[in-house]
Design a protein around this ligand. Structure first.
Ligand SMILES: [Fe+2]
Ligand SMILES: [Fe+2]
Length: 320
């Protein structure tokens, strides 16, 4: 991170990436996260957004990241007898593994829920922003469908109802710091890998169909966990203001899922059939990384440990 405190053009030599699991290595995923963050709300004073050295470094990390994703999920296809949206349904039916939301609603502690919010803050405090990069890359019905979803995500014109603002309200009600980026140093690779996936799809036009698949599967798997998280907060005595983020998603995400599945994905693939496998790649990657994330938290809690990275104990003070 200290490299980005210097002036653009001064990025040093690139570290070796062999023997690194790009889907869980804390330093690898923080480095990739920072490369993407300069396109959102950079965490440093200097403007690195189009620095050639940084873009080259990012490209190298991305290749390692994509290779690792392919290693895990391979090439997901529609097997010729079904369509893309039906294949998305099949991916959801094929999920396995423990459920974080079931655990938290049934028996998790308030401290564990706060920890979950710290992890999720890196995504929810800028919720909808990555997918907005997809708007100029789509046309016709797919573009209109994405904008319809995003309009709700941004509070249908009211800043206080933006989903990112609602999540900030949840964090505040739990006594957490809702400042953008405040917990980045405490996030492990398994958490940052999820936001890196979103940013990689968002910031490169060639991944536009994967971004759409990412949005669709995220909504198609949202309502039940959101309901359980709200139930958990109610069990902890958190009032409606603190639960609003989750309750709003219970109310709107079934409709968003239908728009994403039946209009956004279907229209894009109808217009660009050569991209057919990309929404499935995006969706499968989301489910795989989410599964690894949930197992990481549950495993840590089983051992009565924190799932976060204690900043003062890690060695991330070094250059990118
Ligand atoms: Fe949302
Ligand atoms: Fe939504």
């Amino acid at each position: 991170m200290s490299a980005l405190q210097r002036q653009p053009g001064s990025l040093g030599s690139h570290p070796a990436t062999s023997d690194i699991d790009a889907l869980s290595d804390d330093d690898f995923d923080l480095a990739l996260y920072l490369c993407y963050e300069v396109h959102y709300r950079t965490l440093t004073e200097a403007d690195w957004e189009w620095d050639p050295g940084l873009l080259g470094f990012r490209s190298r990390l991305e290749q390692v990241f994509v290779d690792r994703l392919r290693e895990e999920i391979g090439y997901v296809t529609t097997d010729g007898s079904t369509d893309v949206v039906s294949a998305l349904d099949d991916l959801i039916r094929g999920r396995s593994g423990p459920s974080l939301s079931v655990y938290l609603s049934d028996s998790g502690t308030l401290e564990q829920f706060r920890e979950l919010c710290v992890h999720r803050s890196v995504y929810h405090l800028r919720e909808a922003d990555p997918h907005s990069f997809g708007i100029p890359r789509l046309t016709g019905e797919a573009k209109a469908a994405l904008v319809e979803i995003q309009y709700d995500e941004y509070g249908y014109g009211n800043a206080e109802y933006m989903h990112s603002a609602l999540f900030a309200g949840t964090m505040t009600s739990l006594g957490l710091d809702a400042t953008y980026g405040s917990y980045v140093e405490n996030l492990p690779g398994v958490t940052l890998a999820m936001v890196n996936l979103t940013s990689m799809f968002a910031l490169q036009r060639r991944w536009r169909a994967a971004l759409v698949g990412h949005l669709a599967i995220s909504h198609m798997t949202s309502v039940e966990p959101m309901y359980r998280y709200s139930q958990a907060l109610a069990r902890f005595g958190i009032g409606s203001d603190g639960r609003r983020f989750y309750d709003v998603h219970v109310n709107v995400d079934a409709r968003h899922a239908a728009i994403a599945r039946d209009r956004l994905v279907a229209s894009l693939i109808s217009a660009e059939p050569h991209l057919e496998t990309d929404p499935l790649f995006g969706a499968a990657a989301v489910l795989m990384l989410e599964g690894r994330f949930e197992r990481h938290l549950l495993d840590a809690w089983t051992l009565d440990r924190s799932s976060l990275v204690p900043w003062e104990m890690n060695a991330r003070g070094s250059d990118l």
